[in-house]
Design a protein around this ligand. Structure first.
Ligand code: LLP
Length: 422
């Protein structure tokens, strides 16, 4: 459920007509709905509490690190899952307390580890032995023991797109399953390390609860092995990954997901940490773009829009489907045509939709790309020297620009000509 609906024939974000925002901000832009963020967070948190779980929800900033989005979730009680110093700084700037921040990621640099230790965050999820040693040295030099979980790789197939599957043994993530016990022993012996838990994340956009259950059962086995060896496991970080509907998918309701956690891990006396990203923000965001030209090709009709693959990369990268709606509600009598919706970037992959059934479109029409709140703005680039597009947050009948469109002067100011050009 989300709060992007037609009211009096125009698509609104909550109480604000999207053409009003377009007139003030220019296109393309991202737009997020506070009410939808609140709803998604609340449904997820309630599912966990109904299942009787003692859980901390650490929003995965990688899906949408905008500090106004993070702040909206933090005010509801969310912590943060970050994967870089940049994201850690964004979480702190948004007001997330360090005691609710988890730092994940396969290649954290020493500088990043130092920054995280200095900030006193809740936990670092360590993904390799060299990282464990580096972190121990850094923490010991400061006279502290850093609370850690080892991210283990349970070798479970998440049944999702290959590019976002992370828990198979051939993936780069986590500590290899058969070595986990040995690495935990090593962690116990290091001066700068305090082992607190196990972390596990098997992939993203999962539409079935079975792979989660399989991974959780493996984690359960590991808890027993480690506890029998005197290693005090008291937190389980189960990652994120619960999918959202983009097209016809029917991902499990958070109640079923919470029930799977309760049934497999609920009796272990552990605090549960979760790192949802897409589930909280995916359907809370859209991208709005304007038709620049309509063009009749030999075999197809193209709607050339002012957004491109650099702004919303998911279709080009994963062949992802994003629903497209005109901002002005179409007259059903106008009929439907098949359109290729494409951007202006010089690659054929810059295609948002092929042969998509849409009402007849005209130059200047505004189109909305749905379910763009997760991994949309977050993955954008300036390819073709296109400025990053602005982000807008709506709350009721108010809206605010929460990331401005950079000017060409600002973009050029980062570049310089070496002296040898004279
Ligand atoms: N925790 C870890 C360790 C992760 O690697 C991820 C996502 C998450 C949490 C959040 O997963 P979520 O709840 O959002 O599924 N760019 C891709 C998705 C990449 C996901 C990477 N890791 C896409 O646009 O579909």
């Amino acid at each position: 459920m989300n709060h992007f609906d037609y009211i009096n024939g125009r698509l609104h974000a909550e109480g604000v007509p999207l053409d009003t925002i377009a007139a003030q901000v220019g296109t393309p832009f991202y737009c997020y709905s506070t009410a939808t963020l609140v709803r998604h967070y609340t449904v997820f948190a309630e599912a966990l509490s109904k299942a009787g779980l003692d859980a901390t929800i650490c929003f995965a900033l990688k899906s949408n690190p905008n500090i106004a989005v993070v702040r909206t979730l933090a005010e509801l009680g969310a912590g943060a899952d970050v994967v870089s110093e940049g994201e850690l700084r964004q979480a702190l700037a948004a007001g997330v307390p360090p005691s609710r921040i988890v730092f994940s990621g396969v290649g954290k640099t020493r500088r990043e580890l130092e920054f995280a230790v200095a900030k006193g965050i809740m936990q670092i999820n360590v993904e390799s032995e060299p990282e464990l040693e580096a972190l121990s040295d850094i923490a010991a030099a400061r006279g502290v023991r850093m609370p850690i979980a080892l991210r283990v790789n349970p070798d479970v197939d998440a049944g999702t797109h290959a590019k976002i599957t992370t828990g198979k043994k051939e993936n780069k993530f986590g500590i290899e399953w058969t070595r986990a016990h040995e690495v935990y022993r090593k962690a116990q012996s290091l001066p700068g390390i305090e082992v607190v838990g196990i972390a596990c994340h098997i992939g993203s956009q999962l539409t079935d609860v079975a792979p989660f259950r399989e991974a959780f059962l493996r984690v359960r086995d590991l808890v027993a092995i480690l506890r029998a060896d005197g290693i005090d496991i008291r937190r389980l970080d189960l990652g994120g990954g619960l999918g959202v509907p983009y097209e016809n998918e029917t991902p499990p309701h958070p109640d079923l997901y919470a029930e799977a956690i309760r049934a497999t891990l609920g009796d272990l006396g552990c605090r549960i940490v979760l790192e949802p990203g897409r589930l909280l923000v995916g359907n809370a965001g859209i991208m709005v773009s304007r038709v620049v030209y309509m063009k009749e090709g030999a075999t197809r009709t193209f709607a050339i829009v002012d957004a491109a693959m650099n702004d919303l990369m998911r279709p080009a990268l994963y062949d992802a489907h994003h629903a497209i709606l005109p901002v002005v509600q179409p007259d059903p009598k106008a009929g439907i045509i098949a359109v290729d919706v494409v951007g202006p970037v010089c690659e054929t992959g810059d295609t948002f939709a092929r042969q998509r059934p849409l009402p007849p479109l005209a130059e200047g029409d505004l189109l909305v790309f749905r379910t763009a709140g997760a991994y949309g703005a977050a993955m954008s680039s300036t390819y073709n020297s296109r400025p990053l597009i602005p982000e807008v947050l709506v709350k009721g009948d108010q809206f605010a620009i929460v990331r401005a469109r950079p000017s060409y002067e600002e973009m050029l100011a980062l570049e310089s000509l070496p002296d040898w050009f004279g």
